[in-house]
Design a protein around this ligand. Structure first.
Ligand SMILES: [Fe+2]
Length: 486
């Protein structure tokens, strides 16, 4: 199925070419391009588009938070921009609240520009990596941006003359702006098409089409004569681009086979364990499979570590979003091992000093890889710091005590417990009891004592959980097309 989809990829360019062809046709045959001045229709059409953009922004914003992915959050900012500026565009319809033509023009130009920039950023791995460096970006980025936008709307409604001056200024650079918008959308569409080729997610393909419609909208907006039939096309193009992306999001959530409500529940309301089974994004699934295939002795290790870490996190009272973070971080905690030679990974004898140094690079390599994939700070902390020791002397940063992020301290206990109780190339598996004793003896040395206490308490109260989880095999999930980009 994915191969035939890849062959269809040149088709999205039609979402750009067909509307432009139609626009040119109407314009060149003057009789077909009547003057249709209807402020009422304009106001309602724009309000509908703005409202749809708001729904889409909210759905994407919520999905971004739940899936803990900055790429999805950037997408939601694209539609927040569209919502705000189109609202202004609608309010500036002649005869309505503001009655100012220049505000009308400048607001839709700014809306398309801002949406384009966010779509472009959402398509760039390096931008997602950069956002991780801004502390808690996923918490403040969206509220701060929305507040800024609201402030901008308030100022422009109070001072339409300033906007009028802006409009005059924009007039001079509109060709440059159009070229910039088209290039950014082209680049974004190419990036999403590439991601679609590897991950096959409906939302990614929908965005490729959405970029085409938006690009056509930009060209028509700049060249159309106000109130002509051809000029109305650009409003319809904005609407189409939104509907296409919204339907992609719905198809994404519906997946293949599962009912929409079941999938929505899985993404928005599931328990962490259920989420781990159903909502790990394909790019993360690829990472898990690649690490599991690379080292057969640790197949299933990542999945069990994630289950153990989730259970321990739950016991220690983590919030739902922290639980999702520890689950997603723990399941790829060793992804950096992809960069280590199999000879070293499978070596039955003790490692030489040089070989150990190579192995000890895996947390940093995994951290860098996942940072570029849009992982959030908390997940990244698990990947980077799961080999730190409570009393110091761990790697890669030799942190100590509470300097080590809590989620990484939790994962460290889960990781060591599973490593001890599974058979490895160089030794036999230890018993559950033996592993508990060893972990207990390392409280305050290798491990955070509060994590060890919670772990031992869990072992006393829910022994069946350990017996069951120890049986879990490699994660190897079946692709269903349900998850969102990651
Ligand atoms: Fe590791």
């Amino acid at each position: 199925m994915r191969r035939s989809a890849a062959r269809l990829l040149p088709v999205p360019i039609l979402s750009f070419l067909v509307p432009l062809g139609l626009f040119e046709m109407l314009r060149s045959w003057g009789g077909l391009d009547p003057y249709l001045q209807s402020p009422v229709v304009h106001f309602y059409l724009v309000s509908i588009v703005s409202f749809l953009a708001l729904l889409l922004a909210a759905a994407l914003g919520y999905a971004g938070m739940r899936l803990r992915n900055l790429g999805v959050s950037f997408l939601s900012l694209a539609y927040i921009s569209m919502t705000g500026l189109l609202m202004l565009h609608g309010l500036a319809t002649p005869g309505f609240v503001m009655d100012h033509n220049s505000v009308q023009g400048v607001s839709s130009q700014l809306g398309i520009l801002a949406a384009t920039v966010w779509l472009w950023l959402a398509s760039l791995p390096s931008a997602r990596g950069l956002a991780v460096r801004l502390k808690d970006a996923h918490r403040w980025l969206s509220p701060v941006y929305t507040a800024g936008l609201v402030l901008f709307l308030a100022i422009s409604m109070r001072g339409p003359h300033t906007m009028h001056n802006w409009a005059m200024g924009l007039q001079g650079v509109r060709t440059v702006l159009t070229v910039a918008v088209l290039l950014l959308l082209l680049h974004a569409a190419m990036n999403f098409a590439r991601d679609y080729r590897s991950a096959g997610m409906p939302l990614q393909l929908a965005i490729v089409y959405g970029c085409g419609f938006l690009a056509a909208g930009q060209v028509v907006m700049v060249n159309g004569e106000t109130w002509r039939l051809s000029w109305w096309i650009y409003h319809l193009l904005l609407l189409t681009s939104l509907v296409v992306v919204a339907s992609g999001l719905l198809r994404q959530l519906a997946g293949s086979g599962a009912s929409l409500t079941a999938s929505l529940r899985a993404i928005f309301r599931s328990s962490p364990q259920e989420w781990l089974q159903r909502c790990i994004s394909p790019s993360v699934q690829d990472l898990i499979q690649a690490t599991e295939q690379k080292d057969e002795y640790t197949a299933g290790h990542n999945y069990r570590v994630a289950l153990y870490a989730l259970k321990l996190g739950e016991r220690m009272g983590l919030s739902p979003s922290e639980l999702l973070a520890v689950g997603q971080g723990a399941i790829v905690h060793d992804v950096g091992k992809l960069y280590i030679s199999e000879v070293i990974l499978r070596k039955p004898a003790a490692l030489t000093t040089e070989e150990r140094l190579v192995v000890e690079q895996h947390p940093v390599r995994g951290y860098e890889l996942c940072r570029n994939l849009g992982f959030m700070r908390e997940e990244l902390s698990v990947i980077r710091s799961h080999h730190e020791r409570w009393e110091g002397g761990g790697y890669p940063d030799s942190l100590q005590g509470e300097e080590i992020p809590l989620l990484a301290r939790i994962t460290a206990v889960a990781d060591v417990y599973d490593a001890l109780t599974s058979q490895r190339s160089y030794r036999q598996a230890m018993t559950h009891q033996g592993a508990l004793e060893l972990i207990s003896s390392q409280a305050g040395r290798h491990f955070d004592p509060s994590c060890v206490n919670a772990w031992l308490q869990l072992a006393r109260e829910e022994p069946e959980f350990f017996a069951k989880t120890a049986q879990e095999e490699a994660y190897l999930p079946v692709r269903t097309g349900k998850p969102l980009p990651g």
